[in-house]
Design a protein around this ligand. Structure first.
Ligand code: COA
Length: 167
């Protein structure tokens, strides 16, 4: 049984993340999309909001579950019995950071292996901060995120207050 985890902050989830999730689901028997927090980043959505957002997009993928975890990734792996971490690589700039994380996680928990999937070329420019930046000015984010989550993102920026597009 190949049990894998796809961890990330997914704030918000993008079409690039979804592409990785759907491809990983065909490779592994079970995949957990794990909503986590990167302590260096401010959050737009709470962990529960992000879990609900992603779950709603994956109803048709039977071997994928969505969960959240506030601690160390290796501890989740130990508890859940998963020993594969999936990460997407967009460009070479991702590589150094990802290599460091993969080595650190492996040192902390020997059975864990990190598997990298190349992000689809069409999404290699994309990141959650690009989505947040566009959305914060009321920009069009329909080529970045699934249609169904756009209202939630727009609503959040309405609450926070949109920035002035024309300066
Ligand atoms: N499509 C679109 N965007 C993608 C992408 C893809 N396929 N793959 C990565 N990205 C983007 C994300 O949108 C994100 O963009 P942002 O920086 O603008 O928010 C960026 O790449 C990296 O995000 P993510 O994959 O979510 O990683 P992260 O650096 O935010 O967080 C964790 C990584 C949460 C897995 C890591 O910090 C962690 O494991 N934390 C838990 C504590 C822990 O165990 N620490 C030790 C780790 S060694």
């Amino acid at each position: 049984m190949k049990k894998a985890i796809y961890p990330g902050s997914f704030d918000p989830v993008t079409l690039g993340h979804l592409d990785i999730i759907k491809r990983a689901a065909t490779i592994f028997d079970e995949l957990t999309v794990l909503v986590m927090d990167n302590s260096q980043k401010c959050k737009l959505f709470s962990a529960d909001e992000r879990v609900n957002m992603i779950s709603g997009l994956l109803c048709d993928v039977s071997n994928v579950q969505v969960s959240s975890w506030a601690g160390l990734l290796v501890d989740y792996a130990k508890e859940s019995g998963a020993n594969i971490i999936v990460r997407g690589l967009r460009t070479t700039t991702d590589f150094e950071y990802e290599l460091q994380m993969a080595h650190t996680n492996h040192l902390e928990y020997d059975p864990i292996e990190t598997v990298f999937l190349t992000t689809a070329l069409s999404y290699s420019y994309l990141s959650s901060s690009v989505v947040r930046e566009f959305a914060s000015y009321g920009g069009d984010i329909s080529s970045f995120v699934p249609e169904s989550i756009i209202p939630m993102i727009k609503e959040r920026y309405k609450e926070i207050g949109l920035k002035d597009r024309k300066g």
